[in-house]
Ligand binder design. Structure first.
Ligand SMILES: Nc1ncnc2c1ncn2[C@@H]1O[C@H](COP(=O)(O)OP(=O)(O)O)[C@@H](O)[C@H]1O
Ligand SMILES: [Mg+2]
Length: 331
């Protein structure tokens, strides 16, 4: 099977657009080059800016299989690369022992038949494929060394079996929500792109695509509200996902504009932290005077300093965590 080839970033952007993903121009260029230069693409950005969705859309346009590795604390090679099917190996041993009365050669237990393929090995063996290494910032930093080794050789080596590689290496997309800094060594291997929140017109366009039956005026109001919310000093600023949820809620509730009624009913689609509720409610449907300037909104203040927001989110997460711990202690 041959994957489609794109003449340039704008051709790729048009193809992504066709499958419902609207990239900014920098992302389309980075993605085009990552594919051509066969380099992993490292995407960083706030939660909800479309990192995971981008990898899905790339798989669609490349007519490739999407293989996802969700990272988490403690993830290791047996979850990312491959493992051995231990229960089956034991059964095989027993069966052989019973029938012949002799212990079989253990090397016969380390063949492809007993191999459990985890996402990276699967991606290396599947052509064409897009390997999404999602939320790498959640993994421990030793895990990055393991990835580096795989990307260096585009193969997985298994001592018992040898080196496994496929016809075409997968397009690798790594994402990070930047809860910690990822090592330079890994970044150096990749093409890097920071995904920002979409500007007003692109967010309106995304909403139109993703939310059926959304009135144009409401799309503009929701996108404008997102700008106000992201400019405020919230613990959890909303991403595109929240904008889509709010718009879908409006359609379900039969609301045609962003009124107090909608803000009250759909607050939970946008306010994702207890401390943010009052501010989100206030900014979703501001007093009528401000509401008349929804569409233009030329002079919004700059986004608050990232470090400050990260610090607030961090403190809030710790408070959440302590709360859970305390809850467990009582149980
Ligand atoms: N540029 C975009 N074009 C189309 N949909 C988008 C875009 N950016 C975000 N979305 C939508 O917003 C939602 C959140 O995106 P997601 O990829 O989960 O964010 P992230 O992985 O960065 O946290 C998804 O439903 C996605 O489809
Ligand atoms: Mg994601």
């Amino acid at each position: 099977m041959t994957t489609p080839r794109f003449g340039g970033p704008s051709e790729l952007a048009a193809a992504l657009d066709e499958v419902g993903y609207l990239p900014d121009t920098g992302l389309a260029a980075a993605a085009f080059l990552a594919q051509r230069l066969r380099r992993p693409l490292f995407l960083e950005g706030d939660p909800g800016v479309g990192k995971t969705a981008f990898a899905r859309a790339m798989a669609d346009v490349l007519e490739a299989e999407l293989i996802r590795l969700q990272c988490h604390g403690g993830i290791d090679a047996t979850q990312a690369l491959y493992d051995w099917n231990f229960p089956r190996q034991i059964l095989e041993l027993r069966a052989a022992g019973e029938s012949a009365g002799v212990t079989p050669d253990v090397t016969s237990l380390y063949t492809r038949e007993f191999l459990v393929r985890r996402p990276i090995l699967k991606a290396v063996e599947t052509s064409p494929s897009v390997l999404l290494v999602d939320e790498i910032d959640r993994a421990d930093d030793e895990f990055e060394a393991l990835l580096l080794e795989v990307f260096e050789n585009n193969s997985v080596s298994i001592p018992e079996l040898g080196t496994i590689s496929g016809a075409t290496p997968p397009l690798v997309v790594l994402t990070s929500n930047r809860t910690r800094e990822v090592h330079d060594a890994l970044k150096r291997r990749c093409l890097y792109h920071w995904i920002d929140h979409p500007d007003l017109s692109r967010e309106v366009e995304i909403l139109r695509r993703r939310v059926e039956g959304l009135p144009d005026e409401l799309a503009g109001q929701v996108a404008a509200a997102m700008r106000r919310l992201r400019a405020a000093n919230l613990v959890k600023p909303p991403g595109v996902a929240e904008a889509i949820d709010l718009a879908r809620a409006a359609v379900e509730l039969g609301e045609r504009s962003l009124t107090d009624t909608l803000a009250d009913a759909a607050l939970g689609t946008v306010a994702k932290h207890h401390d943010d509720r009052a501010e989100v409610r206030r900014l979703l449907a501001p007093a009528p005077l401000a509401a008349s300037s929804f569409a233009a909104d030329p002079d919004l203040p700059d986004l608050p300093d990232r470090a400050d927001r990260a610090d607030r989110a961090d403190r809030a997460d710790r408070a959440d965590h302590d709360g859970h711990e305390a809850g467990r202690g009582r149980a």
